[in-house]
Structures are given as structure tokens and as C-alpha cells.
Design a protein around this ligand. Sequence first.
Ligand code: UTP
Length: 408
Amino acid sequence: MNFNEAKDKLSKYGQEHVLKYYNELSQEQQEMLTTQIAGTDFSVTANVTGGIKETPRGKITPIKAMTLPEIEANREEFTKTGIETIRAGKAGAVLLAGGMGTRLGSANPKGMYDIGITKPVYIFQRIIRNLLDVVDMAGTWIHLFIMTSDKNHDTTVAFFKENNYFTYNPGYIHFFKQDMAPAATYQGKVYMEDKYKIATSPNGNGGWYSSMKNAGITDFIHKTGIEWLNVFAVDNVLQRIADPCFIGAVIHKNCSAGAKVVRKADPDEKVGVMCLEDGRPSIVEYYEQTEQLRNTKDENGEPAYNFGVILNYLFKESDLEEICNNELPLHIVEKKIPYMDENGAFINPEEPNGYKFETLILDMIHMLDTCLPFEVERNKEFAPIKNKTGIDSIESARKLLEENGITL
Ligand code: UTP
């Protein structure tokens, strides 16, 4: 993209300030900037200038989950189907590790965090160990796709290499970078990080499939014959990945997707719950859960919206192509955005100073016809690390790991 083309594109979105220092830049920097302009979707900023519009929700009704007793009664059969699927090379796993982990506050990618006490135990190491349990059980390697971002890609790749991929087969690990979105002021003007660089951040965990596609990974998936993708978050250190019983259950129920869910610890727990929205599977985020929704009971007198998602989903890959072509709702999130001020000084703000634009994986569920909520025991499968201390922290995860017999 040349200067004039860049200028035209920017003026369409009222972002001409991006080129303010163009004439002072070296040729290399000028090229970096125009390349970034060419690859950036500025249309997201229009969502700010036009005011944030919330999409109204449809009619919310309860969804039936597959609960522990039903799973136990069929465990053998589901597991057999899952193992057969894995052995046939039809299941892959996608690790979402593109996030910034701001709440944990470490300069390194979250997966590099050492949660050990007497020895180093890295989050990535725990995840690979959990996947190796299934590899050992099935007697076959499982392709693992790791999503990073521009901000943490090189560090993440180097870390896996240094640690010999935690004994995983490197031929089955594939890194890909997530697409980035510009960050903007409250008035919708994109922030600059430097005179030749627009401030960007990863475009949210809903960006995983389109980013995979843009990185050419879906071609590999089609060629290899992978049909199911188990997508999971980096920060749950008890995460069961490519769980054969889960895969088997979703296949037996003939669903497009499955979501691992836990019973809510209490009505106010901050987790999104599964439901039907206008008859289609959906998730109500914790901040959208009304008093009435929290108090609704099912025919057995149990809370009707009681199954929280833990960011562990199984998707039938062929059904995702369509979602990718439809637009996912855009979430506008207020965040602290490091930026360059009018005098060219770099500022690391203490308070939120603008918006980031994200799509969320949970919105993908609503676009599918069917999704099986699959209950798991929270103390065995849910130890998220979001904060250093308190709820969902290093402390709480360590306790749960020890409860599960893992030496730290
Ligand atoms: P969170 O929403 O908890 O975000 O991510 P985070 O970046 O880990 O932490 P905070 O909010 O900044 O403190 C849930 C999962 O989604 C991934 C994260 O890496 C994590 O596995 N994620 C999130 C991405 O891969 N890309 C994104 O753009 C955002």
C-alpha cells in the first residue's frame, strides 16, 4: 500500500492522524506503517463514534445438560467412540494463548507462569501433561494448534523449544498468530504506540477460527482429515483436553458442538451459563444474569440456569466455516491502553483510557444449531488462573492441583 492509498483508507474512517509523523520516518518505518494500515480493520472504531449498541437478547429458556449420572452410565461407550475418533486422527486441540493476561500482571505469556512451589511447574507444562494423558491412552499423537498473538508469539515459541516441548512430539505442535484489532480513544480515534505503529491488541478469543483460517491452518486440518476441534483456555490447569468421553458424547448426541460445564458454586458466581436463546444454544454472561433468571427453577426444583461454561468447547470443524463468514457480535471493552501522546512521549496509563474491540468464542455457540452442555466435576477439571491471589488465582489453583494429587 502506498502513501496515497493509506491516506484514502484512513480518511474513510476519520483516522488521518495515523500519518501525522510519516515524513519524519525512515523508509523502513514508513513501510511498516503502511503495511499495518493495509492490514488493519478500522471499521470497528465506527462502533464507538456511533455509540455502543447492545444487540437485544432473544427469548431465554433453559437448556438440558448431560449431567454426571447420565455420563457415568454411558462412560464406556462414549469413551470408546472418542478413542476411535482420536485414533483415526479426526480430533485436534486448539490452545487459546493469545490473551494478554493483564489481571495476572506478568510480562511473559500466561502459559509461562511458574506455579510450582518446590520445583518449576509452568502452566504450559501442566496443559501438555494433561494432553499427554490422552495421547498415552489412545496410543497416538494429537495435533495441537497453539494460538499466540503478535505480542507474545516469539516468546511462546522459544519457550516451548527451550523446554523440549515438554516431551510432546513437535511435529504435532503448530503455532499460529491471532489477528489484531486497533485500540481507540473514547472518541473512536485509534491510539498510536509509536510514530510508525498503531496500538493494537489481540481481537478476542472469538477470533481463533478466522485467525486459523488466515494463517492457512484450516487447509492443513482439511488435508489431515481432522473433523473435531477441542478449543480450550490456557489458564485452567486442570483442563482435560481431547477428553475421549466428551468427544464420544457429542458424537452420540449428533451435536455440532459441546461445551464442558460445571454446576455453579453459588448463584452469584461470575460464570456465563448455558441456555437456549430463541431455541438455539447460547450463553448468558454473568453480568447479564438477572435476579429472575438466577431464581428460576426447573421441574425438579433445581436452578434452571445452573451450568457455567469453563471455556472448553468441542466444535465440528465443517460447521465452523459458515460461522466464519457470518459476523460475530463485536464487544467493546474499556481497557488501559499504552500509547504515544501528542508530544511523542510513551504513556502507560494507570486507569482505563479507551476501548479494545473483541469477539468472543461464546458467541460462536449461538450460531450453531446444537451444542451439548456436558457436566464435569469442578474440583477435578476447573482450576482457572486469572489473578495472583483470591478467587481464580495462583493460590486457588495450587490448592486444587494438590487436591488432585499433583506435586508442585
Ligand atoms: P481471558 O478473557 O481471561 O483474557 O482469556 P486473558 O488475556 O487471559 O486475561 P486478562 O483478561 O487480560 O486478565 C480467556 C482465554 O482466551 C485467550 C486467553 O489466552 C485465555 O486462554 N484469549 C483471550 C486469546 O487467545 N485471545 C484473546 O484475544 C483474548
